[in-house]
Design a protein around this ligand. Structure first.
Ligand SMILES: Nc1ncnc2c1ncn2[C@@H]1O[C@H](COP(=O)(O)OP(=O)(O)OP(=O)(O)O)[C@@H](O)[C@H]1O
Length: 235
């Protein structure tokens, strides 16, 4: 038993194409320890989203080993994978993915309904707690289109946190925000990291990687640590 939230060993993934197999992930090794905040940088098409889908249990690798919270995910049924996903993973997306005709509080209740460990009597308190954490306790009755982009992403982060996951997987979390709101979201993620949350961010943006304690680069499906001087160069 170790304190890795994620352990990947020798992971490979190809997609079939008319012209033959297209290898997208090649021999990926990665360990993410509890409480780490990590960025994966890479150009478009380098394989970042494919890796994130596998880490988030939305897709499976062809070969290699993936342990999430010390559990080997390779032999699990679809139902077991969905249970594991709900229990351990919070997602933050570039486009926020809030449900437009639900209020903030209703959006935050959605993941709770899939979580049998949380008693419905606790929903209101949970919702208030995560909204307070992201600084939006006074917006619970607002609809998403009544909020700024930065506020919508805060709600999305609150939603990702509401089931108290072991890791936040963030897919370009600042990609749809102006630089001021992007900085605020990175500051919020930094605060969550200080409080002990484990966070993985995939991004094109070097300034996002600079907010993380460790960064990797993805290039043609290969993952390697980003050296200090590379933080300052464009990917
Ligand atoms: N479902 C799929 N079927 C076939 N090929 C795919 C599929 N998904 C991704 N690919 C291919 O895998 C490669 C990597 O794609 P991926 O989306 O992982 O890259 P990315 O680094 O996330 O890019 P971006 O930053 O533009 O989102 C691309 O060449 C893409 O065409």
């Amino acid at each position: 038993m170790n304190n890795n939230v994620i352990t990947l060993s020798g992971l490979n993934k190809s997609f079939k194409h008319q012209s033959g197999d297209n290898p997208v992930l090649r021999q990926i090794n990665l360990q993410i320890k509890t409480g780490e905040m990590i960025a994966i940088l890479g150009a478009s098409g380098s394989g970042k989203s494919t890796l994130l889908s596998i880490l988030g249990l939305l897709d499976v690798a062809d070969t290699g080993n993936y342990k999430l919270c010390n559990q080997d995910v390779s032999a699990l049924s679809a139902y077991q994978l969905s249970q594991l996903r709900n229990q351990h993973i919070g997602w933050v997306f570039q486009n926020f993915n809030l449900i437009a005709d639900m209020t903030v509080a209703e959006n935050l209740a959605v993941p709770l309904r899939y979580n049998t460990a949380v008693n419905p009597a606790q929903y209101a308190e949970r919702i208030n707690n995560v909204l307070t954490l992201v600084g939006l306790a006074d917006r619970s009755s607002f609809y998403p289109d009544e909020l700024s982009g930065g506020q919508q992403q805060r709600v999305a982060i609150a939603r990702a946190l509401i089931c108290e996951p072991d890791i936040l997987l963030c897919d370009e979390p600042t990609g749809n925000l102006d630089s001021s709101n992007a900085a605020k979201i990175m500051s919020l993620l930094g605060d969550l990291h200080q409080k002990g949350k484990t966070i993985l961010i995939i991004t094109h943006d070097n300034s996002v990687a600079e907010c993380c304690e460790k960064a990797y680069k993805m290039h043609d499906g290969e993952l390697s640590p980003l050296e200090d001087e590379e933080y300052k160069r464009a990917v």
